[in-house]
Design a protein around this ligand. Sequence first.
Ligand SMILES: Cc1cc2nc3c(=O)[nH]c(=O)nc-3n(C[C@H](O)[C@H](O)[C@H](O)COP(=O)(O)O)c2cc1C
Length: 108
Amino acid sequence: MFHAPQALLVCYDENICWKNHKHEEDGHSAGEMDATIVLTHMMLQAWELGIGSCWVCSFDFKATRQLFNLLPNIKPVALMPIGYAAPDGVASDRHPKRKPLAETVHYL
Ligand SMILES: Cc1cc2nc3c(=O)[nH]c(=O)nc-3n(C[C@H](O)[C@H](O)[C@H](O)COP(=O)(O)O)c2cc1C
């Protein structure tokens, strides 16, 4: 994907991650939240080292699970292709588009 030479598959272990018993859904797993925090830091650190990356969630989870022979308690969250960005690469035309803050931030 994106001709990246490597991709990291970030997962969490449902058996050992923290479960929130105060959540409206009692015992809600914090695994996905934890994994996305880690993945964000990996992305920032990669950039600090001059390495580009892309957060990818649109992939075949079932096929990935089979390919990597993941145990049922290991939950994939995202793929992160990493590599040196092509010097002639261009951002998508949606990149500079931003919703007005009033659409995304609500003051109560
Ligand atoms: C939850 C999530 C899932 C994403 N999944 C994909 C994906 O499957 N394929 C892809 O090319 N980019 C994916 N992206 C990356 C976005 O396409 C985009 O590159 C990123 O949000 C940064 O956008 P910007 O720098 O143009 O603002 C995903 C981003 C997020 C936050």
